[in-house]
Ligand binder design. Structure first.
Ligand code: KG4
Ligand code: ZN
Length: 346
């Protein structure tokens, strides 16, 4: 094998393909995002009402070459200036993960630069540090389509999960409720938009696990309550009100759980630098505002990445690559892509 070369100025090419976005990005150690190209597969999956893994894998394969080339040309750099290739290696839909991970490994081999295997959840968890000067430890609400957990982030490889969902993730429940109400896919942004015209007090929906002082979530009861109402023939306005009531219930659950999590950290003398929400659901303005209000009321700083870095993107992958490069955390080319990959398991 050729000798790997280490460069002084860190410039990372990140590649993301774990779900339905093919993305490549060039990020420097100075937090400059030189490019962040995202090809969304929404049109490929829309008629199925959700992501079809086989279609996703083929679409990644078709687009990855173009997306990576575009990221390099938009960044205005020569590929020889790249210090390392960071590729998402899981968790996610394995066909797509294999496409991105193999592409990343091949490039690292061809350029004789290190390969960095990125955990997609860890990339979401650290993404806020690309745009904010937030130090560890911080409290993180990770809310995406595949994951829903509250953790304390002590460092890039050290997470303590203090709460997680017992069934669906938040994003999944947004998507399923949108499907039940025939609103389309992906559900989160559609429900957010629809809710703006609705009365969130119209339906008193259950707030699962909010009688308990635990940080765990459950969304199945809430989802069932929405389904039971939606099966009655309701007017269009009531449907919109149901959407708003659902979103309000999710917000109430999340603020309650973050409140408990902050209290837990206080009790255990964990000196939090702030509270962060990240992942696709963090793109929801009403959720961001509610959590911000809660935190400010408790004299706690609140952060969330810009919306374009909340949903899947390769800038967060490249940024975690920068953080790992600084600590010389590189991976072998025989690193196996992982459909499941819990945090703290490098
Ligand atoms: O992080 P992400 O792009 O992919 C995963 O890693 O899963 O998250 C996608 C999820 C989807 O469930 C989508 O409906 C949800 O994030 N989402 C939102 C919003 N934008 C995306 N949920 C609520 N409000 C939004 N504005
Ligand atoms: Zn994601």
């Amino acid at each position: 094998m050729k000798k790997i070369s280490l460069k002084k100025n860190i410039t990372i090419l990140g590649i993301e393909s774990s779900c339905d976005e093919t993305s490549a990005s060039i990020v420097t150690e100075n937090k400059e995002v030189l490019s962040n190209v995202i090809y969304s597969q929404i049109t490929e999956h829309r008629s199925f009402g959700g992501v079809v893994p086989e279609i996703a894998a083929r679409a990644h394969l078709e687009k990855i070459d173009y997306v990576v080339k575009k990221a390099i040309s938009e960044a205005g750099i020569d590929i020889s200036e790249v210090s390392a290739i960071a590729g998402t290696c899981g968790p996610g839909l394995i066909g797509g993960v294999i496409v991105g991970a193999t592409f990343a490994k091949s490039l690292s081999m061809a350029l004789s630069v290190p390969f960095i295997a990125i955990n997609h959840i860890e990339a979401h968890a650290i993404s806020v540090r690309l745009t904010e000067n937030i130090e560890f430890p911080y409290l993180l609400m990770l809310a995406s389509g595949g994951h829903c957990q509250i953790c304390i982030v002590y460092s890039i490889n050290n997470f303590e999960v203090i709460g997680k969902t017992l069934d669906d993730s938040v994003g999944e429940s947004f998507d399923k409720v949108a499907k039940m109400l025939n609103l389309g896919y992906p559900g989160g942004p559609i429900i957010e938009k629809t809710s703006k015209n609705g009365n969130s007090k119209r339906f008193a929906l259950p707030l699962p696990l909010c009688h308990k002082k635990s940080c765990d979530f459950s969304f199945s009861g809430l989802k069932t309550a929405v389904r039971i109402i939606s099966e009655k023939s309701i007017s269009n306005q009531l449907k919109i009100d149901l959407c708003a009531s659902f979103q309000k219930a999710v917000i109430d659950v999340m603020t309650y759980k973050i409140d408990i999590a902050i209290q837990t950290c206080e009790k255990n003398n964990i000196p939090l630098t702030g509270v962060v929400i990240a992942g696709g659901v963090a793109a929801n303005q009403s959720i961001r505002q509610a959590l911000q209000k809660l935190c400010y009321g408790k004299n706690m700083l609140f952060f969330s990445p810009p919306i374009s870095y909340c949903t899947d993107n390769a800038a967060m992958v490249a940024w975690l690559g920068v953080e790992k490069y600084k600590q010389q955390q590189f991976n072998d080319l025989n690193f196996q892509p992982r459909p499941r990959w819990p945090l703290n398991n490098n």
